[in-house]
Structures are given as structure tokens and as C-alpha cells.
Design a protein around this ligand. Structure first.
Ligand code: PLP
Length: 402
């Protein structure tokens, strides 16, 4: 008898009781806007910023409306504007090049390696084309940050990190988001903490963060922020910086604070699920697992593998067979973007030269979500199903070829 998986790949855990209680308290008093406080009260949004900054060892933090907004704000705070070029990953999700386009700039795409990280040789070759790199730690894969920072610092390129998939992760002990001038996080439902929508921005850069706070729409109430530069930093900036409203409200902040306290535990749970799938997929002919370096302290809220150099028909066959058995795989290399877009040639507003080495990788990247509603047994079963279906298609393909 063939076994089928019956779980849902898009079902997250419920919001924890402590977060629901905190949200109820905010709704009862009604002061949802972050600057609507009574005498002596510190807004949930300000407390969240303070706690998140402390958790990653940043001087400053700003809570905003989305991860995308965090990225556009970081770009603006770094002075990126109309007509500028910004380096970014060829393999990422649409909000990343979208953030660059939102400030009127143009993405210059940098290739991806078979380890699913930014191609540092390609980056080195393109460093003279822009002053800023918006680096996406796509799907939680972290590149050699020591080498990346050395390259960028050597060329005067400012790094902004997109940590939508690396909240709680680190490279060589330094948290993701703490290498560049700004770190941007998303608190959208499918990331590592869940407020439906939301984002966080961290930095040690005093002037940059003051600009970001003004940009986010602080109505001259910047002194209500706690993880913020001192008020005198704003003396001049407050006249020069436009208000592009994108604040986080107290309701979302209230939901996030208890989740932040659980983050370490949750990350360990994700990694246990990841290892259960990985163990099930070792030594499958035709399937490559992604190598994870020792220095990469990753958080695996999703799983990737490669079907490198497979024909599109064979890959599509694997996806269809797994789907029929309840295992939802996403083929990032599919020719038509549907449900998601993650490759540079999907973003036709930002044309790029072809990158054959990256195209080879992208054509074979398979992705799967790992929600925490899955058990270790679920992951073992998912592994068995993928193993069987990849095996069946691979054998068939080899039989035809010989
Ligand atoms: C989700 C995501 C973002 C941005 O998140 P939003 O909060 O949805 O704007 C940025 N980068 C990557 C890689 C993402 O997956």
C-alpha cells in the first residue's frame, strides 16, 4: 500500500495564549496607535523594539508595517533613490527586487551557487556597478559572511541584509542582520514570528536609524522610541526627511513580544524537522542535498534540494507525483511564476543578462515549507514519499536514456 501525507503545508501554529492575552489587553484599552499612550505608559511597539534590539545585540530597532517596508526604508536611509543601481540576489523572493524598484532604483542581479547562496565571485565582478548590496539570505541559506563583508568593505559597498528567513540565525556566532549597516526582518505569517504582517529594522548607525524613524512616520514623536538614537540626532533630520508612513501598531507588537521570547525554542524545533527530512533524503540518486557549513547557525523553516540537470518534464513529474501523495513541493525553476516568484528572469521590469551557472541551479531548485504543525514522524513520512517518487522518476529517465 502506498502511504499519503495528509498534513497542511501552509498551516502555522496558533498564536500563543500569552500573545492573545496581550492583544486582548491592547484592544480593551483601545490605544492601538503606537504614539497613543497615557502618562507613564510605554507602547507595546516601543517595548518590542527594545527587546528585539537586545536579542540581536543592536543599538537601535524600528518596528514597521512589513518586511518589504523595512527594506525600502533601509534603502532610503542609505540615500538610495531614483536611477541608482542596487546589487541583489538573482534567487530571492519578489519583495526584494520590489523594494529596490519602490525607491526608483534598479536591481543588478548577482548569481546563486549550488549551495543556494549568493555567488561571491559574481559579486566581486559586479561590485563596481553599485554602492549598495541588498543581500537576501534566501530560504535561510547564509553565505560566507566574512568574505562577503571583506569584498563589500574593500569596494565601499554598503550592505543591507534581508533576514526574512534568518531571524534567530547567525554566521560564526554573529546574528544575521548584524553584519550589514541595516538588518531587515519580516513578521509576516510565514516567517519565524507571526503578526500577520509586520517588519523590524535594526542598526547601529545613529544617523541612518534617525532617518528611518522619521521616514516611518513618527510625527515628531521620535522621543517616544526607546531603542532609538538620542533626540538631538533628529535636530536637523526632522526637517529634511519625508514621512512615508509604515509604522507598526501596538496590537501586532503585543502579539510579537511573547513569540520573541519563544524564538530560540521554535528555531530548535524547526531544525529538528529539517534534520528529519534531510536524514530521509540521504543518498537518493539524482537528488542533491544542500551543504550547510559549520559556521552557519541556520534556522530551517523550509527545506530545499536540487534535481540538478534533470529535464523539465522529469522535474514536473516528481512534483506531480509528490503532490498526488500529499507532499507540496515548489519548483522555483518552473518557467511560469505561479503563487510565488523567486528568480531574476521573472522580474521583467529589471532586465538582466543571462547567468548560465545560476540558471542551471535555479532550474533544479525544489522547495518545501516546514510548518511547526508538522511532527518528526510527518517529516520522516514526507522524506519516504519524496525518496520513492524521485527514485521512480530517476530510474525511468535513466532507463530511457540508456
Ligand atoms: C517574505 C519575504 C520578505 C518580505 O516580507 P513581507 O513582510 O511580506 O514584505 C523579504 N524577503 C524574503 C526573502 C521574503 O521571503
Amino acid at each position: 500500500m502506498t502511504e499519503n501525507f495528509t498534513g497542511s503545508f501552509t498551516q502555522q501554529e496558533p498564536i500563543p495564549d500569552a500573545a492573545i492575552a496581550a492583544a486582548n489587553a491592547v484592544m480593551r484599552h483601545g490605544r492601538l496607535h503606537r504614539y497613543n499612550t497615557v502618562n507613564g505608559e510605554v507602547a507595546e511597539a516601543a517595548l518590542l523594539e527594545e527587546e528585539f534590539a537586545a536579542s540581536v545585540g543592536a543599538k537601535y530597532c524600528l518596528a514597521v508595517a512589513s518586511g518589504g517596508y523595512a527594506m525600502t526604508t533601509a534603502l532610503r536611509a542609505c540615500g538610495v533613490g531614483h536611477g541608482d543601481a542596487v546589487l541583489t540576489n538573482a534567487f530571492t523572493l519578489a519583495p526584494v527586487p520590489g523594494a529596490i524598484a519602490a525607491v526608483g532604483a534598479t536591481p543588478v542581479f548577482v548569481g546563486v551557487t549550488p549551495d543556494l547562496v549568493i555567488d561571491l565571485d559574481d559579486l566581486a565582478a559586479k561590485l563596481d556597478q553599485a554602492n549598495v548590496l541588498l543581500l537576501s539570505h534566501m530560504r535561510g541559506h547564509i553565505c560566507d559572511m566574512d568574505r562577503l563583508m571583506a569584498l563589500c568593505e574593500g569596494s565601499g559597498v554598503t550592505v543591507i541584509e534581508d533576514c526574512a528567513h534568518t531571524m534567530g540565525a547567525a554566521w560564526d556566532g554573529v546574528p544575521s542582520g548584524r553584519w550589514g549597516r541595516f538588518g531587515c526582518y519580516s513578521t509576516q505569517t510565514y516567517k519565524h514570528v507571526n503578526s500577520g504582517e509586520g517588519g523590524l529594522l535594526v542598526s547601529d548607525d545613529t544617523e541612518g536609524m534617525a532617518r528611518a524613524i522619521m521616514l516611518s512616520g513618527s510625527y515628531m514623536l521620535f522621543d517616544r522610541h526607546r531603542a532609538a538614537p538620542p533626540p538631538e540626532t533628529f535636530a536637523q533630520l526632522k526637517y529634511e526627511t519625508p514621512n512615508i508612513s509604515g509604522r507598526m501598531d501596538n496590537l501586532r507588537a503585543a502579539i510579537l513580544r511573547p513569540q520573541l521570547r519563544d524564538l530560540k525554542t521554535q528555531c530548535a524545533r524547526w531544525n529538528a524537522l529539517y534534520h528529519a527530512v534531510e536524514d530521509g533524503l540521504r543518498d537518493v540518486p539524482g537528488l542533491s542535498l544542500i551543504a550547510r557549513p559549520d559556521k552557519e547557525q541556520f534556522v530551517a523553516s523550509s527545506f530545499q534540494f536540487l534535481l540538478l540537470d534533470w529535464s523539465p518534464t522529469a522535474v514536473a513529474d516528481v512534483i506531480a507525483r509528490c503532490h498526488a501523495r500529499g507532499v507540496e513541493l515548489k519548483w522555483f525553476g518552473g518557467a511560469e511564476p505561479s503563487g510565488f516568484t523567486s528568480r531574476y528572469d521573472s522580474w521583467r521590469y529589471a532586465p538582466s543578462e543571462r547567468m548560465p551557472a545560476s540558471d542551471r541551479v535555479l532550474a533544479g531548485v525544489i522547495d518545501m515549507r516546514l510548518p511547526l504543525t508538522f511532527s518528526l514522524d510527518d517529516c520522516a513520512q514526507i522524506g519516504r514519499i519524496i525518496r520513492a517518487e524521485v527514485g521512480a522518476v530517476f530510474q525511468g529517465a535513466t532507463a530511457v536514456a540508456t
